[in-house]
Design a binder for this molecule. Structure first.
Ligand code: HEC
Length: 204
């Protein structure tokens, strides 16, 4: 009888644990955080590279008005592919929006406020990860660090010609994305991943 009970307990233990194979594959918070940083960096760097080189070539070869549509992440098919591959939602948000759909939500606004404070203190703002129950948020500062950007985000009348600003204003009636200087926070990358999409042995 004693053996029978022991065997039954053993059997049920095995049964219960074998029903939870996911435990073995569960990632710790730190592991998810590291993977999210790698994935977010890869996505934001790739997108920024494609966007930056296209903007540059269109500004040089065709002019500012023609280049306006290329400072929108949704204009790039690569963004759609990255969203599918990584189960991600990719967007940018800003405290000084041109496109109102880039208006920050509460969490994004808190991150932006933190970045602005860091810059004011002379610190370098860096990537932040917020772990939710079902999702993982990646945030990264977008610092205005190329003279190219001033053509459309700098001072009106000097860096942005009056003529070009009329075109911008006609497209974005509530534009607030001017007056920037080099080194300013222009906005943030805001990328949301599904928490379940991170697996053990993920390459990225
Ligand atoms: C040819 C003009 C032009 C140049 C050059 C340009 N932008 Fe933009 N930028 C725009 C326009 C137009 C939008 C709004 C796009 C949209 O409709 O989503 C925008 C939007 C943005 C946004 C999203 C927030 C918002 O205001 O809606 C960020 C961030 C941004 N630009 C950063 C940059 C940076 C950094 C550079 C330099 C690498 C740059 N831009 C160069 C025209 C430009």
């Amino acid at each position: 009888m004693k053996h029978y009970i022991q065997f039954t307990i053993l059997f049920f233990n095995c049964f219960i644990f074998s029903c939870q194979p996911s435990d073995k594959n569960a990632l710790t918070h730190d592991e998810i955080r590291d993977l999210a940083i790698q994935r977010g960096n890869l996505i934001s760097e790739k997108t920024q590279m494609v966007l930056g080189s296209k903007l540059k070539s269109v500004v040089q070869n065709e002019g500012i008005p023609q280049a306006l549509k290329y400072c929108n992440v949704n204009a790039y098919p690569i963004v759609d592919s990255l969203q599918t591959i990584y189960h991600a939602k990719i967007r940018r948000a800003s405290h000084k929006t041109r496109n109102l759909s880039d208006t920050p939500d509460k969490m994004e606004q808190e991150i932006i406020d933190g970045y602005i404070k860091a810059i004011q203190k002379g610190e370098t703002p860096s990537v932040e990860i917020v772990l939710g129950k079902k999702e993982v948020h990646y945030f990264k500062p977008i610092i205005l660090s190329a003279a190219l950007c001033l053509n459309c985000h700098g001072k009106i009348g000097s860096e942005i010609t009056e003529e070009n600003y009329e075109v911008i204003k006609a497209l974005y009636t509530e534009d607030n994305a001017t007056g920037h200087e080099m080194g300013d926070l222009r906005g943030i990358w805001s990328i949301q991943f599904e928490r379940d999409s991170f697996q053990k042995n993920d390459v990225l």
